[in-house]
Design a protein around this ligand. Structure first.
Ligand code: LRH
Ligand code: MN
Ligand code: MN
Length: 424
């Protein structure tokens, strides 16, 4: 299924006058609204190839209908999202879940839909069919060199696929760790992992980056070998200038101050990218902004301030990606909601009067500093986000249009009801 330009135009026409009233109101008192709209138009968020089908929990998976059956169909789904919001112009592949069997054709299809290839992800947290050595006790940390070599080899293969598609970064997330005290020599596990990462790093093309993603728990529950931002930063620093830390919002211990982590990683020039999602308890991978939108806004405040201080381009300076998937919503609707939540938080952060905030801090005026943040957070910036979409040829209300055009029903007709997308 493909969305036609006229379908978007008709929808926008029907919403035009209400939108005009709303945007006029915001513009009447937000002095930098055009600047914000331009920033929003530039900003693109990569969609993970594993989020286009229904996710699951370890207790079960309730597959939806009309899910993509191949990588081609996943890219087509991202094409649909991108025509609805013009903010999802990139895909992040997980290998071997989504091996591009015919990279040239995949690249051409993506280019046709204006979709770029963001970071490629390796997978040494599951055993694949026919695999010689098991990752049950880890991959790069493994006590057995042949298992470590196999994991390194897999990462090199992922880089190879990435090169063919035009990616320029690899995200390495390891489930390595231990579940019981005594199981692991922490130092040796770190050294083995560093050695493996160094070999992978050595195979990176000149213009590539490596993102080292950390996670505090799960699937190991006593120790994780890349367990927090300190460990990730240690690996990234030892590896060299092409290695960065990747922050997945769900990978912290409860109540961690993620915005402070973001600020310090940016200060060190070592923040590489993001996996956006939301959570109440652990790595829940819920829709972005569905549980704690204020935290998301505070993170964006640090991103905007820190990136401006380093003269970084917001749109291209970091790898922005969603990493959410679950059991109960239509995956495409869910992704539209996630992208919208990110755009809202970004717009609110752009609204903050950074000079006034700094002045309040210098004066130790705590109440004023809090007020400045909350004024921005409590502003309804949805008309600005919608205006950015309108100007880039997307839909004023993407989710509503998705429903009125009965996109999922069309996909079910094309693909059937018994479809299972690859992924988690
Ligand atoms: C691990 C993780 C990591 C994986 C993805 C599927 O929890 O966040 O990024 O690649 O989930
Ligand atoms: Mn992640
Ligand atoms: Mn995760």
């Amino acid at each position: 299924m493909k969305l036609e330009k006229y379908q978007i135009e008709e929808h926008n026409h029907a919403h035009r006058s209400t939108h005009q009233q709303r945007i006029d109101y915001v513009r009447s008192w937000v002095s930098n609204s055009d600047h914000i709209i331009e920033k929003l138009i530039e900003f693109q968020i990569a969609i993970p190839s594993w989020a286009l089908g229904t996710g699951g929990t370890r207790f079960g998976r309730f597959a939806g209908a009309g899910e993509p059956r191949s990588l081609e169909e996943k890219i087509e789904d991202i094409g649909l999202l991108h025509s609805l919001n013009k903010s999802s112009g990139a895909v992040s592949l997980h290998i071997p879940w989504d091996i591009p069997k015919n990279p040239k054709a995949i690249k051409a299809l993506a280019a046709q839909l204006d979709i770029k290839f963001d970071a490629v992800n390796s997978n040494t947290f599951q055993d694949q069919k026919g695999q010689q050595h098991s990752y049950k006790f880890g991959s790069l940390q493994h006590v057995d060199k042949t298992t470590r070599d196999q994991a390194i080899e897999h990462n090199l293969e992922v880089i190879h696929y990435g090169k063919e598609l035009g990616s320029s970064s690899i995200t390495v997330w390891l489930s390595d760790g231990s579940s019981f005290p005594g199981q692991l020599n922490f130092r040796k596990a770190f050294e083995n992992t560093l050695d493996g990462l160094q070999k992978i790093y050595g195979a990176l093309p000149d213009d590539w980056k490596m993102f080292v993603e950390y996670k505090a728990f799960e699937p190991n529950f006593y120790s994780m070998t890349v367990g927090d931002w300190g460990q990730s930063l240690l690996y990234a620093s030892k590896l060299g200038p092409k290695a960065y830390t990747l922050v997945d919002l769900g990978h912290h211990l409860p109540n961690a101050n993620i915005e402070q982590i973001v600020s310090l990683l940016l200060m060190e020039g070592k923040l590489g990218g993001f996996h956006f999602n939301d959570s109440k308890y652990g790595d829940d991978d819920l829709t972005v902004g569905s549980i704690n939108p204020y935290q998301l806004f505070l993170i964006f405040n640090e991103l905007v301030e820190g990136m401006d201080a380093r003269h970084m381009n917001h749109a291209t300076g970091l790898g922005w990606m969603i990493d959410a998937s679950h059991n109960v919503k239509d995956p495409l609707e869910d992704l539209l909601q996630s992208v919208e939540a990110i755009m809202i938080a970004y717009a609110q952060a752009l609204l903050i009067d950074q000079k006034a905030l700094e002045y309040a801090r210098q004066k130790n005026d705590v109440a004023l500093a809090q007020e400045i943040l909350q004024v921005a957070y409590r502003t309804d910036v949805r008309p600005l986000v919608a205006e950015a979409r309108l100007r880039s040829g997307a839909a004023l209300q993407p989710l509503e249009l998705f429903r009125t055009l009965k996109v999922r029903e069309h996909l079910i007709k094309e693909r059937g009801t018994q479809t299972v997308a690859t992924g988690l």
